[in-house]
Design a protein around this ligand. Structure first.
Ligand SMILES: [Zn+2]
Length: 395
């Protein structure tokens, strides 16, 4: 069967030219301890790993043009099924040519399944074996999400990496609740795989659950490997357990997953969370932190967190970080960033978000280079030593 999709079917001289699909693949280039670097290949471009995915919740990374997001070094974005299915709806996006065209981002997109956000954002939800019914936070309308419907929505969006529909309890939760939830998610993973079908060039990732419990993580990993996926995510972490507990779990959970497939840690995190996760064998992460912080006057730099609304920046002619090459640091002083934040100017969100995304991507590039060069431990030490210095002294 010929395969075609907008952007891959070219017309020349009246002839329709079908380009064969390029398979989704992952190649591991180097490891250093448990840390890994490699490349995920998709028909929409390569993703260098370890990769940080900025979050484009409502078909936009807030305060950023897509070309600016790309300029920070991002290879892939994350989109949220829950938000897009409610507004503007997956059907409307499909009719307008898919999410890539709709939001003007031609590179790969990963979408979550909607499960996590239904659980955390929606009121009046009802969970059954079949799926979840809930009321929209936008207009109160009633909706149903099932593994089958989640796969349908993510296909309508045209997502390159599709996530299984799953459910996870907030931590702490008792073992009984964690086991019950994990087993339901594994049954949903099998239904997700069945509904996803055979789609060359697109990937479906399974999601390991089991909270902080080693035996449940193992049971979940075995169930997922039995079904077989293009990549494996670690779900149910960064949900309130704290960094130490998360790292304790990451000391064993990724090892249960296939080494030849990408491993994605969902919803992480702060710079030191990201570095600690990569050290433990994680290849992909996403978080709203750099963009959300950018809108609340928080900057992340090599020397830690900077609160730009603090009065000590009002007369400071220096950039946020003199080593940073982003537009906010190249062209603007702390005094200016402080002024536009205090004046509620839109450029404040734009500049701080750009800087934060740039810094997060710089960390990823630093780790990729260090792993490839077999010097991850030295890189990690410098990362922590620089942060320990704290922000530069006031003038
Ligand atoms: Zn910067």
């Amino acid at each position: 069967m010929l395969w075609s999709r907008a952007g891959f079917t070219g017309k020349s001289g009246g002839m329709t030219q079908n380009i064969q699909p390029q398979r989704f693949s992952f190649s591991l280039n180097a490891t250093d301890g448990k840390a890994r670097t490699g490349v995920i290949s998709t028909p929409r471009g390569e993703i260098r790993t370890p990769a940080f995915m900025p979050v484009g919740t409502a078909a936009t990374v807030k305060a950023m043009m897509p070309e600016s997001v790309r300029a920070t070094g991002a290879d892939i974005l994350l989109g949220n099924t829950y938000h897009l299915m409610l507004r503007p709806t997956a059907e409307r996006i499909a009719n307008l040519g898919g999410l890539h065209k709709f939001m003007n981002w031609e590179r790969p997109i990963l979408t979550d399944s909607g499960g996590f956000q239904v659980m955390s954002l929606s009121e009046l939800r009802k969970l059954t074996e079949k799926g979840v019914t809930f009321r929209s936070h936008v207009d109160g309308s009633k909706h149903e999400l099932t593994p089958e419907r989640s796969m349908e929505i993510q296909k309508l969006l045209g997502s390159d990496i599709v996530m299984c529909f799953d459910e996870c309890p907030a931590l702490p939760a008792d073992r009984g609740r964690i086991a019950e939830s994990m087993r339901l998610s594994m049954r949903w993973a099998a239904r997700s795989k069945e509904a996803f079908g055979d789609r060359p060039g697109y990937a479906l990732f399974g999601i390991q659950q089991g909270g902080l419990e080693r035996d449940f993580r193992e049971e979940s990993a075995e169930a997922l490997k039995e079904i077989g996926f293009d990549g494996y995510a670690l779900g149910g972490l960064a949900v309130g357990e704290g960094q130490e507990a998360m790292f304790d779990t990451l000391d064993f959970a990724p090892d249960m997953l296939p080494t030849d497939k990408p491993r994605y840690l969902m919803g992480v995190g702060k710079p030191d969370d990201i570095v600690g996760a990569v050290k433990r064998g994680i290849d992909m992460m996403d978080c709203v932190l750099p963009s959300r912080s950018g809108r609340t006057g928080q900057a992340w730099t090599r020397r830690g967190q900077v609160n730009i609304k603090n009065a000590r920046h009002a007369d400071d002619p220096r950039p946020l970080d003199e080593h940073c090459t982003c537009p906010a640091c190249r062209n603007y002083s702390r005094a200016y960033l402080h002024h536009v934040f205090r004046s509620h100017e839109i450029i404040s969100s734009m500049l701080l978000t750009w800087h934060n995304l740039h810094y997060f991507q710089e960390i990823m590039q630093g780790m990729r280079d260090a792993i490839a060069g077999g010097r991850f431990a030295a890189w990690e030490k410098e990362f922590h030593d620089t942060r320990a210095l704290g922000d530069i002294e006031p003038l």
